[in-house]
Design a protein around this ligand. Structure first.
Ligand SMILES: Cc1ncc(COP(=O)(O)O)c(C=O)c1O
Length: 381
């Protein structure tokens, strides 16, 4: 198998056979001529399959070392597709350190179909296994978790899920396949908000799932085609372009995040730094083996101060822009309690340690020195 960054450029991006174009064209056509009535070619209708979307799916499947990928209009559409594998009476165990929108989808939409949801800290396997019921069919986790950067042992979690007759799905948006490949660790499904690192430039919304098992792929494809939240050709093109530089971007962003974490943890204006690259992080040893020795470019810290002080710090940075989302070339800052995790029930937020003093950073590609100076002046706000 070719190296990751070679596959990112060459798999799924074969030159256009008709013109020799090195960058394949964007196929906007919604419909495709059929060889005969009732006969089907490779493509017939763009909801069912589109060459530009297929190119992105092919590259991503290769990078995640899966057999097939499906691309969606957003990360939430991808997650929703996975939940539609379940039926009334089934039960989902979800990690408690997950994206607020996933929490909302599970509790406010999926639950309407008679599917129960329990939250448990997925980094603690004892507590996680206590949340299983005889009807548990799906385990949903993030590692690193959002926003507390908890690290879940994916291989152990896969073993636990399978022993209980459930599938393991990993939202790997924070890690990216540069750093962690959950399918190789035993997970059944990898999900991405393509909006983040994969596309990488804050200019395309998208989602994806990748699987190893062909039958599971067929089931998910059936749901995707039947429900229709597919990724459009323009976004598919942007996502494919993003993948070509994914490894270079993520490596560099991880290095800067590690340097910022090292700097912040020695600062008296900061109560604690949550970053798996710090030796005192409880998940550091698992992260070392699960994340290829890189620890991601997301980091969270707790300001020594109350909600208002935290808000002031988040509002005072100039390079770090105050915005939700993450994973792009520009650095972003946010306060989870009032932004990315505002859709959590406040009681669940408190119970799971998402305190008002937390600030989450998405570290971009700017120079470390400039980002450090920006945080330094903001912490004085
Ligand atoms: C970890 C994680 N998962 C899923 C999503 C949802 O993705 P999208 O916004 O593309 O629907 C997000 C978005 O912020 C996220 O951060």
């Amino acid at each position: 198998m070719m190296e990751f960054r070679t596959r990112a450029i060459h798999i799924g991006n074969e030159r256009d056979p008709q013109t020799g174009a090195v960058v394949p064209p964007i196929y906007l056509s919604t419909t495709f001529v059929q060889p005969g009535a009732g006969q089907w070619g490779e493509y017939d209708y763009s909801r069912s399959g589109n060459p530009t979307r297929r190119a992105f799916e092919t590259t991503l499947a290769s990078l995640e070392e899966g057999t097939g990928a499906l691309a969606f209009a957003s990360g939430m559409a991808a997650t929703h597709c996975v939940t539609m594998l379940l039926r009334a009476g089934d039960h989902i165990v979800a990690g408690s350190d997950i994206y607020g929108g996933t929490y909302r989808l599970l509790h406010k939409i999926v639950s309407r179909s008679g599917i129960d949801v329990s939250l448990a800290p997925s980094h603690d396997l004892t507590q996680l296994s206590g949340a299983f019921r005889p009807n548990t069919r799906l385990v949903w986790i993030e590692s690193p978790g959002n926003p507390l950067m908890s690290i879940t042992d994916i291989a152990a979690c896969a073993e636990l899920a399978h022993r209980n007759g459930a599938l393991l799905a990993v939202d790997s948006t924070f890690a990216t396949p540069v750093v962690t490949r959950p399918l190789q660790l035993g997970a059944d499904i990898v999900m991405h908000s393509v909006t983040k690192y994969l596309a990488g430039h804050s200019d395309a919304l998208g989602g994806a799932i990748v699987v190893r098992d062909r039958k599971l792929y067929d089931d998910l494809y059936f749901i995707q085609n039947a429900t229709g939240a597919v990724l459009g050709p323009f976004e598919s093109f942007l996502a494919s372009r993003g993948l070509k530089t994914l490894e270079l971007r993520v490596r560099e962003q991880c290095t800067t995040a590690q340097r910022l974490a090292d700097w912040l943890q020695n600062d008296s204006r900061v109560r604690q730094v949550l970053y798996p690259g710090l030796p005192q992080h409880p998940g550091h040893e698992i992260a070392k083996r699960q994340m290829d020795g890189r620890f991601g470019a997301m980091l969270t810290f707790e300001v020594a101060g109350d909600f208002e002080k935290t808000k002031r710090v988040a509002e005072a940075t100039k390079l770090f822009q105050l915005a939700v989302s993450l994973g792009a070339v520009e650095s972003l800052i946010e306060q989870p309690a009032s932004m990315s995790h505002a859709s959590y029930d406040p009681k669940d937020r408190a119970a799971h340690g998402i305190s008002d003093g937390l600030i989450r950073l998405s570290v971009g590609l700017e120079a470390f020195e400039d980002l450090r100076d920006d945080l330094d002046q903001a912490l004085n706000a």
